[in-house]
Ligand binder design. Structure first.
Ligand SMILES: C[S@@+](CC[C@H](N)C(=O)[O-])C[C@H]1O[C@@H](n2cnc3c(N)ncnc32)[C@H](O)[C@@H]1O
Length: 349
């Protein structure tokens, strides 16, 4: 077992399933690493030549739709994604009882998974995000499927949560250096939540998410790693946490997956649960106008063919303006070593 215990994470049912998933990861690598750069150059040149480089992502997509093989690129992106999820779903559901029992046992063992059986999941959270069948909320094994699906997505760069650790290291420190409680919003299967516990072993770490199947797996995974963190089913826009009870609130790629009308309420809740001087750290998609044309075409692809319905509103938003309106100060934005952006802010002391 590795230092963080991740080798104990479950595997797909058969080696045949694993080899099929490895094949799909190589297809994803080919489409993104080998093919996209050539396509991107053509897209960027076409848009530049049109003299309309500042067009929005919808107009840009229309301008480049005639570029040879762009349709094939989109088809291959979509198909490898759909095939990956379907294989994972079939593989884990083939032994559904065993997998559900693993989640039940961990739940009884830790006592650190908190939810109300009558919790109402809004319709806006029930969609087949990224084509994952049943999305995050409607498949009891969504956590198993999400972990292995995102392994393919990360193309081998996150097999031991390396990227989650990278972002956790970007947490903005409060000026007084006090970090005793951290809240991880939209924590999914808890990869940042447990990374926070590794980085701040004395701190009380909570992950919240709307999706119980993901949280059940997060709790299983944390238990395997002997990481004593708490998980709670809750809406980020309506948190059960008390006022001024956290030193830092963190959200990794939450916002672009939530509807626009929730942006301001989530930021207001972060403000409420932070203590004065507490910090907000957000890692998410870069805002639209900063991106080359080819990346904006990809945004449209994601929204239209990859079931990312909320992302365009996020990247088109005045997000720093919303953070300021929620009462935060000292807003700073920076790139990260990946394509994502870092935004941090402070609750006035
Ligand atoms: C892309 S995933 C976040 C990934 C995760 N932070 C990680 O460390 O890998 C977005 C997550 O936000 C959750 N989510 C979406 N809307 C939410 C809301 N309104 N309140 C709480 N969680 C939400 C989803 O269930 C999903 O787990």
């Amino acid at each position: 077992m590795s230092a963080n215990g991740l080798e104990s994470v479950t595997k797909p049912a058969t080696t045949e399933d694993q080899s099929y998933l490895d094949y799909l990861m190589s297809v994803r690598n080919f489409v993104i690493v080998d093919w996209f750069p050539e396509l991107a150059e053509k897209i960027n040149t076409t848009v530049e030549a049109s003299g309309k480089a500042d067009s929005d992502y919808l107009e840009i997509s229309d301008m480049v739709d005639d570029i040879p093989r762009i349709g094939s690129w989109k088809r291959m992106m979509r198909s490898q994604q759909a095939l990956t999820w379907n294989k994972l779903r079939d593989s884990y559901h083939a032994d559904q009882e065993k997998h559900l029992a693993m989640l039940d046992q961990a739940e009884a063992a830790t006592g650190r998974l908190h939810y109300d059986k009558d919790f109402h999941v809004p319709d806006s959270a029930c969609y087949d995000i990224h084509l994952q069948p049943g999305g995050y909320c409607k498949d009891d094994l969504a956590g198993f499927i999400f972990e292995h699906g995102t392994r393919v997505f990360y193309q081998g760069m996150n097999d031991n949560d390396e990227l989650h650790k990278l972002y956790v290291d970007m947490l903005r420190q409060p000026a007084d250096g006090k970090v005793t409680r951290i809240l991880d919003l939209g924590c999914s299967i808890g990869q940042c939540t447990t990374a926070f516990k590794d980085a701040y072993p004395e701190a009380d770490i909570w992950g919240v998410d709307v999706a119980l199947p993901l949280l059940r797996y997060a709790n299983y995974r944390a238990n395997e790693q002997q990481s004593e963190v708490h998980f709670q089913q809750a809406l980020a826009e309506n948190l059960p946490q008390e006022d001024s009870s956290f030193d830092a609130v963190f959200a990794y790629i939450l916002f672009h997956e939530t509807p626009e009308h929730t942006f301001a309420p989530i930021l207001e809740e972060a403000m409420r649960v932070l203590r004065p001087g507490g910090t907000l750290t957000i890692v998410d998609a870069p805002l639209g106008t900063s991106l080359p044309a080819a990346n904006r075409m990809w945004q449209k692809f994601d929204a239209q063919y990859n079931c990312e319905p909320y992302a365009p509103a996020f990247v088109e938003s005045d997000f720093p303006g919303l953070i300021k309106a929620a009462g935060f100060d000292e807003i700073e934005q920076a790139p990260t070593p990946t394509f994502l952006s870092l935004t941090t802010a402070v609750k006035p002391a």
